[in-house]
Every structure is written in structure tokens, then in C-alpha cells.
Design a protein around this ligand. Structure first.
Ligand code: FEO
Length: 171
């Protein structure tokens, strides 16, 4: 059974995961408008991952006898000055989410909820991957700089990303 503090914190985290989906769809829209469909595809897939993250938390609250309480989701930033600007903004957002996951993990420990600790471990690991993915693309975009051909090659690469549902959702 979730403690009230943990139930509240998990409900808040669902909001941030689904805000992330909203943010990455906003960025996908920016890329569509900027004629970079591969970048847009990458962000659409990322948005699906974020919806899945929120869904996994929603399911955990239900499975542990807690009560879901969905909160308002803020409007995301829709306009960016470049692909690099959009990815730097996203990386900063992922750093923020990592901080939130770490705070949730600390709360699970202090509440003595071992099931929640084990559950949250997946998110701790996932955030390492998220930051690495965004960080690598920030580095690539910095290297590309003003090279239009380099940007188009990266766009082709990002067009190949496909959504793979996390194992927790397949059950
Ligand atoms: Fe669900 Fe990108 O953190």
C-alpha cells in the first residue's frame, strides 16, 4: 500500500511525464514546420515513450491500491531558434526529470517502501539512457554547426527511429 506522500509524489510525476510528451510533440511540430521530418519523427517517438512512462506510473499506483489523481499539464514551449536550441532545451528538461526521479527514489527509501524503490529503479536507469540520447544529439548538432548537408544526413538517420513499448506495458 502506498503511503499518502508517495501516492501524491507519483501522481505529480505522471504530470511531468505527460508534460514531457506534450513538450516533445511541440518540438516535433516545430521540426515539421522547419522541413525536418526525421527530427520530427524522433521527437514523436520520444513523446510516445513519455506517454508510456506516465502509463507505467499510473498502473503502479493502481496495482498498489493507491488512488490516481491526474493534474493539469502546462503548455509547452512551441518555438525554437534551431535544432540545436530544441535539443539543448530538451536535455535541460531531462536533467530536471532526473532530479525529480532521484527525489522520488529518496522518498521511497525514507518511507520504507521497498516495492516502490524497486519500481523506481527502472526509471533511474531509463534517465541515464534519456540523458545520453539527448546529450549525443546535442554534440552531433554542435559538430554540424551551419553545415546544411550534415543536418540533412542527421535528419535521415533520425527518420529511422521506431517506438518500442517498454516491457511493463506489454503485459
Ligand atoms: Fe520520462 Fe524523458 O523522462
Amino acid at each position: 500500500m502506498l503511503t499518502p506522500k508517495l501516492e501524491k509524489a507519483l501522481n505529480e510525476q505522471i504530470k511531468y511525464e505527460w508534460f514531457s510528451a506534450y513538450l516533445y510533440m511541440a518540438i516535433a511540430g516545430y521540426f515539421e514546420n522547419d522541413d525536418l521530418p526525421g527530427f520530427a519523427n524522433w521527437m514523436r517517438v520520444q513523446a510516445k515513450e513519455e506517454l508510456a512512462h506516465g502509463q507505467i506510473m499510473f498502473d503502479f499506483i493502481c496495482e498498489t491500491g493507491g488512488r490516481t489523481n491526474l493534474l493539469p499539464v502546462d503548455a509547452p514551449k512551441n518555438d525554437y531558434s534551431s535544432a540545436l536550441n530544441a535539443f539543448e532545451y530538451s536535455l535541460e528538461h531531462e536533467n530536471f526529470v532526473t532530479g525529480r526521479i532521484n527525489t522520488l527514489m529518496a522518498l521511497a527509501k525514507s518511507e520504507g517502501d521497498h516495492a516502490a524503490e524497486i519500481f523506481l529503479q527502472w526509471f533511474v536507469t531509463e534517465q541515464i539512457e534519456e540523458e545520453a540520447n539527448f546529450g549525443l544529439l546535442v554534440k552531433k548538432l554542435k559538430r554540424i554547426g551551419d553545415d546544411g548537408n550534415g543536418l540533412l544526413r542527421l535528419d535521415e538517420e533520425l527518420a529511422t527511429r521506431v517506438f518500442v513499448p517498454p516491457a511493463q506495458l506489454a503485459v
